[in-house]
Ligand binder design. Structure first.
Ligand code: SDX
Length: 430
């Protein structure tokens, strides 16, 4: 079959070039414009990367129009229902579901690395007690490269595998320690007899003075939350991890950069911002006023947890999380007025021409906070939970990028609109 191409013509010079049109397994084809500058002397311009594919990947597929999300080809609905977060970590890292033996080996590997270096624990004492746990995570994860020197050679596959296991295993411990530090409670060592989610709950909520048994309903809900956040194609934080990794920085530094990017309320910080927004709305009767504010161009107010760059349909994760939230609140017999406000907000927004026309639906962050609150996780830990869930995605995307034979440092260009050349003016003449 003849190679498919796209013709790009610069009408200002009349010059044209044919660039390859590449097709993947699914999704829109891409125009490979790598030679555009060398042959036509022009750059593409796409702030926010609304029409730009930054890489080739086999990990996650999203169809935003139809609300489809698959990890390595498996629909996220099936994985949330039938798999576990640890099995999804294996799937994202290795591309296939593990056999029983493969999973057992992987589980033991992750458990083996669940403790952190005792020296790393003293890092926490440098933070003020009211430090945001995301600030602690950024610092402590970045500092891991100061402790784990034996897995920093990014061109050594054994080092890469060891770093991946360490990051997946230790993120839960670091996250739980960030919480314990803020509470002034003693750190609780991991218990490797517990599942990934149970171990996290154990490190978060057990205290030396009392027995603690993780509630299986809560552990199951948390495990599903981790699965649903595990990866999401080339989102802002994953793209940050890839760009940091393209300079050949060590994996701990790259994951720390991903945590930083995730923190923003336009991205992973939205789960915390949703609850704060609902608290500000205060009661269902106030919802119409805030929906109008969200539509007002002169207002900076946005409906947090609504809208998405890719999903122009209901975020499939939000559907699942909304159901889990209802089940957990019912199971724990918790009635929260904020849920009533959220349901009212969704009902009004989904029937409002502004949101319909702009295809704004609830995203992954709109309902997740209800589950986290019901579990007893404080607001400032919500994005930490998102980072925990996303860690296997970040490290899998980093592994894929590093292993890419054509991998090179990411270095975008720009449209310069600053001052033309001019001569220095002595201070006395200014
Ligand atoms: C995540 O990329 C990923 O995959 C991210 C994520 C992942 O798993 O990694 O899915 C996780 O980050 C989910 C998104 C969490 N963020 C929020 O909930 C914050 C609120 N949402 C928005 O700020 C916004 O919708 C974004 C940031 C999510 C998407 O922004 P885009 O794609 O750049 O869209 P835009 O800002 O250009 O908005 C398009 C239009 C605008 O109106 P016009 O200028 O065209 O007239 O829709 C409007 C916006 O004003 N709009 C909203 C809105 N979101 C978009 N209006 C009111 N409330 C909103 N929430």
């Amino acid at each position: 079959m003849a190679k498919e191409t796209v013709t790009i013509t610069d009408n200002s010079t009349g010059k044209s070039i044919e660039v390859p049109l590449l097709r993947g397994t699914e999704g829109p084809p891409v125009a490979d414009i790598g030679k555009l500058y060398s042959e036509l002397g022009i750059f593409t311009y796409d702030p926010g990367f609304t029409s730009t594919a930054s890489c080739e990947s086999k990990i996650t597929y999203i169809d935003g129009e139809n609300g489809i999300l698959r990890y390595r080809g498996y629909p996220v609905e099936q994985l949330a229902q039938k798999s576990s977060h640890l099995e999804v970590c294996y799937l994202l890292l290795h591309g296939e579901l593990p056999s029983k033996n493969q999973f057992e080996t992987f589980r033991k590997n992750i458990a083996h690395h669940s403790m952190i270096h005792e020296g790393l624990k003293s890092f926490f004492n440098g933070f003020s007690r009211d430090a945001h746990p995301m600030a602690i995570m950024v610092g402590v994860v970045g500092a891991m490269s100061a402790f784990y020197h034996d897995s920093l050679d990014i061109f050594n596959t054994d080092h890469r595998d060891l770093s991946a296991d360490r990051i997946i295993a230790k993120m839960t411990t670091i996250a739980a320690y960030s919480y314990k530090y803020s509470m002034g409670q003693p750190f609780v060592y991991p218990n490797n007899d517990l599942s990934y989610a149970e171990n996290f709950l154990h490190m978060m909520f057990s205290v030396p003075a009392e027995r603690y048994e993780p509630n299986p309903v809560i552990a199951d809900a948390l495990d599903k939350i981790f699965i649903l956040h595990a990866d999401h194609e080339q989102n802002a934080s994953t793209s940050t991890v890839r760009l940091a990794g393209s300079s050949q920085a060590n994996p701990f530094a790259c994951i720390s950069s991903g945590i930083t990017a995730l923190w923003g309320p336009a991205h992973g910080g939205a789960n915390e911002a949703v609850i704060r927004m609902l608290m500000k709305i205060g009661k269902p009767e106030n919802v119409p006023k805030y929906v109008e504010m969200a539509k007002d161009k002169n207002s900076t107010f946005r409906l947090m947890g609504f809208g998405h760059r890719v999903y122009k349909n209901y975020d499939p994760r939000a559907k699942i999380i909304k159901k889990i939230a209802g089940d957990v609140l019912k199971e724990l017999n918790i009635h929260t007025p904020l849920l009533e406000i959220a349901l009212k907000l969704e009902e009004i927004a989904l029937n409002d021409p502004y949101f319909i026309e702009k295809k704004l639906y609830p995203n992954v962050d709109f309902y997740s906070g209800f589950i986290l609150q019901a579990i007893g996780i404080p607001l400032n830990m919500f994005t930490v939970i998102f980072a925990l869930g996303r860690t296997p995605g970040w490290i899998s995307q980093w592994m894929e990028m590093i292993a890419e034979p054509k991998q090179k440092i990411g270095r975008p260009r720009q449209l310069y609109v600053g001052a033309p050349e001019r001569d220095y003016i002595e201070m006395a003449k200014r």
